[in-house]
Design a protein around this ligand. Structure first.
Ligand code: PA5
Length: 438
């Protein structure tokens, strides 16, 4: 199971006084008495996700397999995108698309015309199915992408076949997507009312695309279940307490930026998912740790200088994996022209480990505190555990900060401007105002 190592935090700040504060925040979270307590359905997902729901996800995948589907387009943004994307990036063969494996790809997480045109090129070559995901059912990016993809599917397969190849994941009753799905007769999965987007990876939002990519959602949920049990402990043994206490201690000592670090590209999108989780949950009322992420050793050659030597407002949280899936030895070269024979016969991972250790020591020497999260392996079980750990720690941490972790009022501002600029009906006044500024 995931372990939290705070040894390289304790040399910078005293974490102990904050442990009790974190335990109190956990109590508020688990008793459901804090701000945003109508959005705590995610706490119950590991235990309460029904066999029926898991089987229904698997049944869709089975149907699509029988129909020869080899491309699934998952349409969604933010919390309706990042959990599935992170899981697929972590679990898939890095070159699966080049190897010709069936694929899940994403749409509606940007408004790029080139991206979506090129997606249609790919769909042209494949047997395609679509999962359209939006809790509100009204988010512009996925709605625009879905309109394009739906039209394409209907032209290619006809309305009836297209209908069988499209599944909607949305609210039980509200939103334009729900209305559209009902009218078209799409198979529909429900995002529970009390689960916000960034906490929804263990709902059909994540489960369906993850299952569609061939991964074991039962193991994912089991990992989350085991972690949920650990994260209920009102003690310093609870990993979520340790993490929340440490990051708040660092924040209060002036460390305003947290960098989530990985040493394998498989975890790059875990960083993206984590940034949304913490950024949207904590960044409000002029408060909050700024969440950033880097991919080492790649980014040691770009961001390394700043982290080592720039403004000292950073701390790192390193997500370290004990064992890679594969084993690759560095060969001997009789001529040793590159001078690397001292590494011959050793695993590439040995170099990665020493890079990790060397970086940790250098950054600590440079004044960068280091939280180390050690996960045994990258698989479904440990990813499920990791998601729940980060979610629980996020709730605790935000309560310690004094903000409501479950709203995101700031996300609306760009949308209002965009609608005003696009001339959306109902925005006439804002359109007039914004025109004066440009
Ligand atoms: O965490 C959140 O609530 C948001 O980031 C949403 O996930 C994102 O805006 C997408 O919303 P929706 O699923 O309603 O389309």
């Amino acid at each position: 199971m995931l372990k939290v190592d705070l040894s390289a935090v304790r040399s910078f700040v005293n974490v102990d006084p904050l442990m009790n504060e974190a335990i109190r925040a956990l109590d508020v979270l688990d008793r459901r008495t804090g701000a945003g307590n109508d959005f705590l359905g995610w706490l119950d997902l590991p235990e309460n996700t029904s066999e029926e729901l898991v089987a229904a996800c698997e049944a869709v995948v089975e149907d699509w397999k029988k129909a020869g589907i080899n491309l699934v387009v998952a349409v969604g943004i933010g919390g309706s995108y990042l959990g599935a994307k992170a899981t697929l990036e972590a679990l898939s063969h890095t070159f699966s698309s080049q190897l010709g494996a069936p694929q899940v790809v994403f749409a509606g997480h940007n408004l790029s015309e080139d991206y979506h045109s090129e997606l249609l090129d790919l769909m042209e070559q494949r047997e395609t199915a679509v999962i359209v995901i939006s809790k509100s059912g009204t988010t512009t990016e996925p709605a625009v992408a879905f309109r394009i993809v739906k039209e394409w599917m209907e032209k290619r397969y006809g309305q009836e076949q297209a209908r069988q190849r499209i599944v909607a994941v949305t609210d039980a009753a509200r939103g334009a997507l729900k209305g559209l799905a009902d009218r078209e007769g799409y198979r529909t999965f429900v995002i529970p009312d009390d689960v916000g987007g960034r906490f929804s990876v263990l709902t059909p939002v994540g489960l369906l695309p993850i299952a569609a990519a061939g991964f074991d959602i039962r193991a994912l949920l089991q990992g989350a279940r085991d972690m949920a049990a650990l994260c209920r402990e009102q003690s310093e043994a609870n990993p979520a307490i340790q993490y929340a206490a440490a990051r708040n201690a660092l924040y209060r000592s002036g460390k305003k930026i947290e960098i989530l670090v990985n040493f394998t590209p498989k975890l790059q999108y875990i960083g993206e998912w984590w940034k949304q989780l913490y950024g949207e949950s904590e960044g409000k009322q002029g408060l909050g740790i700024f969440p950033a992420s880097v991919n080492f050793t790649t980014d040691l050659h770009s961001m390394g200088q700043y982290i080592q030597d720039g403004e000292r407002t950073l701390f790192e949280t390193v997500l370290s994996v004990e064992a890679p899936k594969r084993n690759l030895e560095i060969p001997i070269d009789p001529e040793n022209l590159d001078g690397l024979n001292f590494l011959a016969g050793r695993r590439m991972e040995a170099c990665n480990r020493m890079a990790e250790l060397g970086t940790r020591l250098a950054h600590i020497d440079g004044g960068v505190p280091n939280i180390r999260l050690e996960m045994p392996r990258i698989d479904e079980y440990h990813l499920g555990a990791l998601y729940f750990f980060f979610e629980k720690a996020c709730g605790i941490s935000a309560y310690m900060l004094g903000v409501n972790p479950f709203d995101q009022p700031g996300v609306e501002d760009y949308k209002k401007n965009m609608f005003a600029l696009l001339g959306k009906p109902g925005y006439e006044e804002q359109t007039r105002e914004i025109q004066k500024r440009i």
